[in-house]
Ligand binder design. Structure first.
Ligand code: ADP
Ligand code: MG
Length: 186
């Protein structure tokens, strides 16, 4: 069953009521994906980002199991209709750290289908001001909560020619997710 979607030319909202719904949405995107697509995922821990990537891999006919690259930062999956590059910026706090980790080229020149968890670390969008205490900075939970407030990224920062899908996943209940996505670029 497909998640309920409310499509518009550039932005859509889907309500997923189960992990299978989220897998089906990712799979649909994978079947339609074209080379050079960049997909940025933003949402709290447990929102379903990795599950959406598993769906993407399924839609791209990738057989290898998808595992979260939280520690490796990057996994690549050849062998499908298009190669899938899966990045996770959870452990990187800023565009500078992403640059220093040598990952910038994956964003500016995506090949195959490139999907990024915690994309807000790259866009570095400002959020509703929060008390900026050392304890807050040190707490991943608070950083994640702050990230959830991020608006869509500014499309002006997109490299020319890159087709970018920005995706926000929010937990509504234990099994319900709101998935909002917006497309930028050609
Ligand atoms: N509708 C849903 N969509 C996605 N995940 C869901 C849903 N309902 C429950 N879940 C559960 O939420 C968790 C999502 O995990 P994961 O995809 O690893 O999240 P993230 O990568 O965002 O941290 C899984 O345990 C999954 O079973
Ligand atoms: Mg994940």
């Amino acid at each position: 069953m497909h998640p309920a979607c409310n499509p518009s030319p550039l932005m859509a909202t889907c309500i997923s009521t189960s992990p299978d719904d989220t897998l089906a949405l990712g799979s649909r995107w994978g079947r339609n994906a074209q080379s050079g697509w960049l997909i940025g995922l933003s949402g709290d821990l447990g929102a379903g980002k990795t599950l959406l990537v598993k769906g993407l891999a399924r839609g791209l006919e990738i057989i290898a199991p998808v595992r979260s690259p939280t520690f490796a930062l990057l996994h690549t999956y050849p062998g499908g209709r298009l190669p899938l590059v899966h990045l996770d910026f959870y452990r990187l706090e800023s565009p500078l750290q992403i640059h220093r980790a040598g990952l910038e080229d994956y964003l500016t020149c995506p090949s195959g289908v490139t999907v990024v968890e915690w994309i807000e670390r790259w866009w570095n969008v400002t959020t509703t001001p929060q008390p900026d205490t050392p304890a807050r900075r040190a707490s991943p939970a608070h950083r994640a909560a702050d990230a959830c407030l991020s608006p869509a990224p500014p499309p002006r920062d997109l490299p020319p020619g890159v087709r970018y899908r920005h995706v926000r996943l929010e937990c509504l209940t234990e099994t319900t997710r709101r998935i909002v996505y917006e497309d930028f670029g050609p």
